[in-house]
Write a protein that binds this ligand. Structure first.
Ligand code: PMP
Length: 414
């Protein structure tokens, strides 16, 4: 009889990720260390989940003190931090939406769950308030979007890898080119309940729309009575130099979807914040989440808002963003990059495919060089790398990583 196959070396993980060849064991601030003790500057930062760096003292303290009190109740009963959490979000983020300080908050767990929550809310608002028949409601979304990995949200994507094999998808969405306000205007009809877009598209490679786009969306939403939903899961909470990226264009969405950094890099935590008359359609029994608004998540989110409210992190993101831009412009001028896009401390960096002859995944090849030299970053597409370091990163750490990028690109070229 054949020996049972030794499974000890085989991964028990489903193969839906292709991680870099490094195993992390601890982290502090902008650094992580691997199991061999080698240090890396973390330019992934959980794709904006670690905006305040790893293990920020104030966030750890809030979490530890809450762990010693109460961790979970479910929403079947109240707990003492739930209202203070919602009130703080309504006070800090509400005024950045059309909901103002009278905004409502729907807590959830992951970013995808909060986007799904917003979709449910605007559909029910369309039905209850606007009188759109349930089977006719449509929502306008953008090409190149990324809103999450549920079946409905995968169905919004126009990336064939994200979609293929997962259908049939939820109907009722219309895709227009990102940044094209005329296309949005032409697509909205009587049955349109919402326009749902990322202010700046993260997964697409930090794609920044034309300046007039969001103000135009605001004007269209007002004129045609549709709800403007900004998916700020990746762009929000400081990354672009503002609490909401929509502030870049002085535009207030009706609903803002927050996630990632709301959990302080400690827990999954997300929320929809905005117009009371929309979110109040979610009456008892219509929606819920076991872990949404749990005591630990609330304690951490309040500490996150305490960090953001004085504005220092936003100012840092803007200042260091200028440093990032200057360096990337220099590398582009030297012909080492084909271009880049940036918003605050966040950049999509386009690698010249001729640097890696015979390899289509040139961005991945650069990321492997970066890893060798102590910087963690990942490709978003074949030729684009995303840089999103913690907003707490020191300027010398940022310039060091940019020097490593330059050395890595030159080593591939030479
Ligand atoms: N929306 C945006 C804009 C995102 O970038 C992401 C995650 N990359 C999500 C939603 C989904 O968040 P989560 O992975 O927490 O479900």
């Amino acid at each position: 009889m054949a020996e049972p196959r030794d499974t000890a070396e085989r991964s028990a993980l489903a193969p839906n990720y292709d991680p870099l060849p490094v195993t992390i064991s601890r982290a502090q601030g902008a650094y992580v260390w691997d199991v061999d003790g080698d240090a890396y500057l973390d330019f992934l930062a959980g794709y904006s989940a670690l905006n305040f760096g790893h293990r920020h003292q104030a966030l750890l303290s809030a979490a530890i003190s809450q762990l010693n009190h109460l961790t979970l109740t479910s929403r079947a009963v109240r707990h003492e931090l739930l209202e203070p959490f919602a009130r703080r979000l309504a006070d800090v983020v509400g005024p950045l939406t059309t909901g103002g300080p009278d905004s409502l908050v729907v807590p959830a767990g992951t970013g995808a769950e909060a986007v799904e929550t917003a979709i449910k809310a605007v559909r029910k608002w369309g039905y209850d308030v606007k009188g759109v028949p349930e089977d006719e409601a449509n929502i306008v979304v953008a090409s190149g979007n990324f809103h999450g990995r549920t079946t409905t949200l995968s169905g919004l994507s126009d990336d064939p890898v994200v979609r293929a094999g997962f259908g049939p998808f939820t109907p009722g969405f219309r895709t227009v080119p990102f940044g094209d306000a005329d296309a949005v205007a032409d697509t909205i009809d009587e049955a349109t309940v919402a326009v749902l877009m990322e202010p700046v598209q993260g997964e697409a490679g930090v794609v920044v729309p034309p300046d007039g786009f969001w103000p135009r969306l605001r004007e269209l939403a007002d004129r045609r009575d549709v709800v403007l939903v900004a998916d700020e899961v990746q762009s929000g909470l400081g990354r672009t130099g503002h609490i909401l990226a929509c502030e870049l264009w002085a535009t207030r969405p009706d609903l803002a979807v927050l996630g990632k950094a709301l959990g302080g890099g400690i827990v999954p935590s997300s929320a929809v914040v905005g117009r009371r008359d929309v979110l109040e359609v979610l009456t008892p029994g219509t929606h819920g989440s076991t872990f949404g608004g749990n005591p630990l998540a609330c304690a951490i989110a309040i500490a996150v808002l305490d960090l953001l409210e004085p504005g220092q992190y936003q100012a840092r993101a803007a200042q260091l963003g200028d440093v990032l831009r200057d360096h990337l412009q220099r590398l582009t001028d030297q012909g080492l990059l084909t271009g880049f896009r940036a918003a605050g401390l966040w950049a999509g960096i386009d690698v010249d495919p001729s640097l890696t002859p015979g390899r289509e995944d040139s961005a991945r090849a650069v990321c492997e060089e970066l890893l060798e030299r102590g910087v963690l970053a990942r490709e978003t597409h074949g030729t684009t790398i995303r840089f999103s370091p913690p907003l707490s990163i020191a300027r010398p750490e940022l310039t060091h990583a940019l020097k490593i990028l330059e050395v890595s690109l030159k080593s591939l070229r030479d």
